[in-house]
Ligand binder design. Structure first.
Ligand code: HEC
Length: 152
């Protein structure tokens, strides 16, 4: 092989290698596109992730994640009252202001609940307004009952 042919050969060789290189990249990209057309692998788990949206989702006036009613003070209640136990435990208990303050004092004394400061009033207001004590101690008497004679 003379020098001229050798140069040509090297040129073609380089061209071929470069082509194969790009073809390989294109193939990889194509395979990736087939398996993940939306490039979801690269989506950031940041502010726009679904988990974050669910966290604050309100549906029909109910904060979906905790089941608490959407009303003034909701966020303070979420921040202070759903860390140790489910919000269900809070919702289940219908108390007046005095008993809520006593329950909070009890948790502070025995369950390591922190000082709530001025948030305590916001929380107790939220609870007494949205989950008032039901005054009826017993079920109301039945009305419009159709009585019938027992037959022997
Ligand atoms: C530091 C942890 C902690 C935080 C924060 C907390 N609690 Fe509790 N709470 C407890 C524990 C522990 C219990 C007992 C759970 C049990 O009996 O299973 C409890 C029980 C309760 C009960 C049931 C009491 C009873 O007599 O059965 C209610 C109601 C309650 N918490 C409401 C709240 C409210 C409202 C807040 C927000 C101010 C709150 N909790 C915040 C720890 C906490």
């Amino acid at each position: 092989m003379n020098q001229d042919n050798k140069d040509k050969f090297e040129k073609v060789d380089r061209l071929l290698k470069t082509s194969i290189f790009f073809l390989a990249i294109a193939t990889l990209l194509l395979v990736f596109l087939i398996f993940d057309p939306t490039f979801s692998v690269f989506e950031r788990q940041g502010e726009n992730s679904f988990a974050e949206i669910d966290e604050n989702k309100i549906e029909n006036g109910i904060h979906v994640k905790t089941g608490l009613k959407d009303a003034p003070g909701l966020q303070v209640v979420i921040n202070n009252c759903t860390n140790c136990h489910s919000a269900k435990l809070v919702i289940q208990n219908r108390m007046n202001e005095e008993r809520w303050n006593a329950t909070i004092r009890w948790m502070q004394k025995t369950q390591n609940l922190w000082e709530l400061g001025e948030n305590q009033k916001i929380i107790v207001d939220y609870l007494t307004v949205n989950y008032p004590v039901e005054e009826k101690g017993r079920r109301a008497p039945l009305s419009e009952v159709e009585w019938y004679e027992l037959e022997q």
